[in-house]
Design a protein around this ligand. Sequence first.
Ligand SMILES: Cc1cc2nc3c(=O)[nH]c(=O)nc-3n(C[C@H](O)[C@H](O)[C@H](O)COP(=O)(O)OP(=O)(O)OC[C@H]3O[C@@H](n4cnc5c(N)ncnc54)[C@H](O)[C@@H]3O)c2cc1C
Length: 526
Amino acid sequence: MADHEVPVLIVGGSLVGMSTALLLAHQGVRPMVVEHHRGTAIHPRAAMINQRTMEILRLVGVEQIVRARSEQQFVQDGAIVAVESLAGRELAAHIPNLNEGIRDLSPSLRLFITQSLLEPLLKSRAEELGAELRFATDLISFEQDSTGVTALIRNRDTGETDTVRARYMVGADGSHSRVRQHLGIRLHGRGVLSHSVTIYFRAPVAPLLRERSLSVILVRNPVLRGFFRIEKPFESGFLVVNTVGDPEHPNTDVSTGLTNERSLEYLHAAFGTDDVPATIQNVMHWKATADVAEKMQDGRVFLAGDAAHVMPPYGGFGGNCGIHDAHNLAWKLAMVVKGQAGESLLATYEPERLPAGTFTTEQAYARYVTREATYLGTEGMQPLENDLNVELGYRYHSSAVIADHDDNGRSHENPRESKGKPGSRAPHLWLKPDVSTLDLFGANFVLLTSKEGEPWVDAVQAAELQIPVDVHRVEIAEFPEAYGITDSGAVLVRPDGFVAWRAKTADGASGQLIKGVLGAILGHSV
Ligand SMILES: Cc1cc2nc3c(=O)[nH]c(=O)nc-3n(C[C@H](O)[C@H](O)[C@H](O)COP(=O)(O)OP(=O)(O)OC[C@H]3O[C@@H](n4cnc5c(N)ncnc54)[C@H](O)[C@@H]3O)c2cc1C
């Protein structure tokens, strides 16, 4: 008999583990989280939060507070530029304004917030919704059988061990994932690219910024390649250093033997002047890597976040991609735990998220090579795709999606072009000021129809479903075109806001059809 019985055990309570807990709790499932550290992140590890992640944070009710914290911390809508140094020339403007040209795509906008500020917000919302969080607790070992996972956990302060019996387990335990290693799941990809450092500093850099509004400042000069993120009021921030010396034949091990004096030299080389007094607060050592796990599921155990894919921080994709894993997995686990779906639904996690994670990792690598590590060469590199394809445009192909008969089979697409295709994120349209179509999604499956969609409303009623399905008539003029249907068509949207299936007209609308579609997606009678 185990000491604790829980539906889902989450290993790792940082950005991705905490998000998984929050999203599961939001679905009415109370997971247990075990986290090695005694609290949430202490290092800032500032993160660019993209539109899709902000939409997810909106869903769970923390978007406004995250935005408010971000406004206190960072300039909003700043540019992403490359410079030879803060005092020196600008070499390239990668993104002139963080949210320019993308505001129409989403009710939510990109922003920056440090993980040390974001994680406590996720934590308190997860706790509020019923997640059980155990800090200073390690997963020691686990084994799985046909009905669940038995894990041994140990409190680091008391040394006490407990057994936990869970129906499912999620390894959100970072790039060195013990869960992944225990399962013998290998990584493949491009391996370690550099032994990098993040130098946290205090220095009055406002005069060097010259009132420019900058979010990320890539630095490329003969001394080093890396990037700055600087917090308001421009007296602190961090400098990442990936490579040093000759840009064509660089030293990729910045970490070994790094002294305080050398860190200060790097800082001044990136400032472009020795005249700004600086103090080093902390140095973090890490490896820039572009690798993906060969599997994201082994029986009842799933991998999410850096445990499944690690990428260089170029594009600000890593943490976002992990949160999108969590969002994909949470509703599936919840429906299976509640007996509303068969285990075949869980088997769609890997075919949906592994291609998305691989694509995102390759795109981060391509940005790393072209923006900073040109010495690696572009042979064998994926062509650079629009950021929007990575952030909002990844598409799913699995048994939890019923594709149109003429689907183009793409794994990513510009979100302006996907127009409600099954397997793509359902598009945002404003229904009223501050109410988006996206606000209809999150809890249940949702059937959207238009002006002449009465047959679909009747069909859902006639189906006498055993799971809740929300039906909405969307009568705004842009809706049918934006979702790729006619005025009499219907679109079925999953709880993660992805289109599961659509019918362009009302031909064949019946309760039986709806039952069949949902039954096929969920692997369960409905
Ligand atoms: C310099 C830098 C800048 C970045 N910028 C961005 C950005 O702008 N945007 C973005 O999206 N991403 C960014 N990233 C990437 C992002 O930080 C990571 O992708 C993200 O933190 C991964 O989160 P995670 O929860 O999967 O893993 P981690 O943050 O590594 O967390 C794993 C957790 O598991 C715990 N753990 C491990 N083993 C056990 C165990 N046995 N028992 C209990 N607990 C355990 C650990 O203590 C840890 O807290 C950046 C990364 C770097 C290095």
